[in-house]
Design a protein around this ligand. Structure first.
Ligand code: NI
Length: 255
């Protein structure tokens, strides 16, 4: 089976001891490519170094995560501008709005998100979106842009098919599914099959959110075989077909 992992944080210190083995296990599981989500410009050199160390396998995004938005967000945005105009990145991400942890920075989060979406549209890059307890404010910003130029993925999707349709009306959007889909209490999976499989991407968000039966452990790209297995049940296809279709989706969006 083949898999494209569309959202990983392999620069996390949790991999500092054994990243070569993590990559090897990913390849053995059929993972062909890993997209590295960016969180802060302080770590962008680490992502670029991983891309150089694993050429043709790791691909770096560039972006400022909403939880990194604080009083000094202008500095992060200046650094983002320098990077995106000088470097070569697979996507802008992860960017968005997160009102789960902190509502007090919503206005600043919206400025930072809008700025990065505008850059992605200008350069023609896809966007990896993080929206937590913030679907409507996220949609409101995306609506400001030309739907023919907007494309990307709503990462860690756990919403209703109506949410997915709302996103698809705003641009060429896909939906990232990971370990949460295997959790017993994941209600969104009951209606997930209303979203066509040709709109789904596989992602771990590792080191977080490991799928059952690895729940609670450090997550890694090779565990996507469990997510593919879960999606195979949901869509009544084989895990191999899930891997093939979602890989084609990822290739269309990112490569
Ligand atoms: Ni992430």
């Amino acid at each position: 089976m083949r898999i494209i992992e569309t959202h990983a944080h392999l620069d996390d210190p949790q991999y500092s001891e054994d990243l070569d083995e993590v990559i090897l296990r990913a390849k053995q599981a059929g993972v062909e490519k890993v997209l590295l989500a960016s969180v802060t410009m302080r770590d962008i050199e680490k992502l670029k170094a991983l891309e150089s160390k694993y050429p043709g396998f790791c691909y770096a995004m560039v972006g400022v995560h909403p939880q990194e938005v604080n009083a000094s967000y202008r500095e992060e945005l200046d650094a983002f501008d320098r990077e995106i105009h000088s470097g070569k990145f697979i996507a802008v991400g992860e960017v968005g709005i997160d009102l789960y942890w902190d509502k007090t920075t919503q206005a600043e989060q919206e400025i930072v998100f809008r700025h990065q979406v505008a850059s992605a549209v200008e350069i023609g890059l896809p966007i990896a979106i993080h929206a937590r307890d913030a679907f409507q404010p996220t949609v409101n910003i995306l609506r400001e842009f030309d739907k023919n130029k907007l494309r990307g993925v709503l990462h860690c999707f756990s919403g209703a098919p109506e949410n997915a349709r709302a996103m698809m009306s705003l641009g060429d959007f896909y939906f990232g599914i990971g370990g949460v889909s295997t959790f017993k209490n994941a209600k969104f999976t009951e209606r997930l099959s209303e979203i066509p499989l040709d709109r789904i991407l596989l992602e771990t968000d590792c080191p977080y959110l490991a799928p059952v039966p690895m729940r609670g452990k450090r997550n890694e790209p090779s565990f996507l075989t469990f997510v593919a297995g879960k999606l195979a049940q949901i869509y009544s296809v084989t895990a191999e077909q899930v891997g093939e279709i979602t890989s084609k989706n990822a290739e269309k969006l990112f490569f």
